[in-house]
Structures are given as structure tokens and as C-alpha cells.
Write a protein that binds this ligand. Structure first.
Ligand code: SF4
Length: 236
């Protein structure tokens, strides 16, 4: 199915310095294996949002308008989501077919997928932008609902395969989750493991994000409720 079409939530053109070098177009695909408590993008796994299915060639037709920007700025495409590696077979087909464009391909991923999906794209990706959530296993599990071991082992595997220079670790400071210096401590732990590129950033308050459907709004509220209750308990 992935070979036949990529379910798309959004395509954002003309981005600068946020996800890769030069001018980039971000392709947000649908689907995510995680359920982060303060998910900024619940619409990506909201089954009431239909998305749009594009074939390899249709996706190329959609993004080629910025060819000159990509070539003159050393930019290209960034695959994000949701979790783009759920569609690794499609991404592989696309990048194999259009590698001669000389665009750079980047990936934004939380790496919580099977090793095969990661292997599918490694030969084609220039920059790996990894959403780490948390170095601490307990906090990671509580926040994402996902398996820490899958993320961590894939991350270490990726470092062995491509080296730390091509991996940017995004380290969010998440409201309701991180206290004091915890995000900075996360960065220090990754540094001890040999990673060298970090982006420690304050997480956008999801309450300020506009949901794109009633279902997405409901999902966001469900996710926010326990976090708010926890905070209220701590403050009382
Ligand atoms: S990784 Fe977390 S924040 Fe991102 S789409 Fe999935 S559930 Fe939402």
C-alpha cells in the first residue's frame, strides 16, 4: 500500500533553517505509532481526517515547483509527520526515482519503528532530525506510550551507520513533563553517547494550536487532561 500512495496531511513550502539546509519543503504524512500526551499534531493519527493519497509521481509534481530554490540553496525535501517511517517503502521508491534531482532529502522521525523501515531510507537521507522526547526511559514511556528500547536501539544503530554529524537530536522542553534542568540533562546524556548536534527547544503549548477537526480537538483534550490533573496535584 505504501508503494502505491503516501497519505498526506500537509505540504509546507519555502521553509528556511528549520528542517535541513537551504530552502526545504516539509511533507507531513499521516500515521504515528506514538500517542504523546501533549501531541502537537493529533490530526496525523486522527482517523476522521482523510488526508490525501499521492503517488510517487504525484508527489514529485506537487513539490517540483521549488526545484530552483532547492538547487541554489542546497535544500530539498524533509519527510515528517506523524511518523514518516511508517511509509518507508514509499519514501524509498520516491527517493530512488528522484535522487537525480540533486535535492537533499531529510527525515524527521521519532525512530519508534521496526529496524527494516529505518534501513529502507538510510542510503538516501542526508540529515536525520530525531525527535527524542526524553532520555529517561520511564518518562519516555509515560509521555509517549511507546517502547523506549525501540527508539534507543534504532538511535544507536543509526549513529553507527551514518555517524553523529548527520544526526540532529531535537530535545524538547515539554510543559507538564520536564522540571528544572531535565531537558538539559537529557542533552548531556546523549552527548556522553557521542552525539554532537542538539536542538534544545521549548515545546509549543498545544493549547495554542488550532485543531483541524472536531476529532483532533477531542484527542488533544483527552491528552491534555491527565497532564493538567498531575500539575494541579503538584501545585496543591
Ligand atoms: S510523535 Fe508524538 S507529537 Fe508527534 S505526531 Fe506522534 S504522537 Fe504526536
Amino acid at each position: 500500500m505504501d508503494e502505491a500512495g503516501l497519505p498526506i496531511l500537509a505540504i509546507q513550502r519555502l521553509r528556511m533553517t528549520t528542517d535541513g539546509t537551504g530552502v526545504t519543503t516539509l511533507i507531513c504524512s499521516m500515521g504515528c505509532p506514538l500517542r504523546c500526551r501533549l501531541c502537537i499534531n493529533p490530526a496525523s493519527w486522527d482517523k476522521t481526517v482523510p488526508g490525501e493519497i499521492l503517488s510517487v509521481d504525484e508527489l514529485y509534481e506537487r513539490v517540483k515547483i521549488d526545484n530552483l530554490y532547492f538547487l541554489t540553496t542546497n535544500g530539498g525535501l524533509t519527510f515528517g509527520g506523524g511518523e514518516p517511517l511508517l511509509h518507508s517503502a514509499f519514501l524509498k521508491s520516491f527517493m530512488e526515482k528522484y535522487r537525480e534531482t540533486n535535492w537533499l532529502f531529510n527525515l524527521e522521525s521519532s525512530l519508534n519503528v521496526s529496524r527494516k523501515n529505518l534501513d529502507d531510507v538510510i542510503p538516501y537521507i542526508h540529515d536525520f532530525i530525531i525527535d527524542t522526547k526524553d532520555f529517561n526511559e520511564e518518562r519516555y514511556k509515560a509521555y509517549t506510550g511507546g517502547e523506549y528500547g525501540i527508539f534507543f536501539e534504532n538511535l544507536m544503530y543509526l549513529k553507527e551507520k551514518v555517524g553523529p554529524d548527520r544526526i540532529l537530536l531535537r530535545i524538547p522542553v515539554i510543559p507538564f513533563l520536564h522540571k528544572g534542568n531535565e531537558a538539559e540533562e537529557n542533552r548531556a546524556e546523549f552527548e556522553k553517547l557521542g552525539f554532537t548536534r542538539f536542538d534544545v527547544f521549548p515545546y509549543v503549548n498545544p493549547e495554542n494550536r488550532k485543531p483541524i477537526s472536531e476529532k483532533a480537538k477531542e484527542n488533544r483534550e483527552i491528552l491534555l487532561k491527565p497532564a493538567k490533573e498531575e500539575l494541579a496535584k503538584e501545585e496543591s
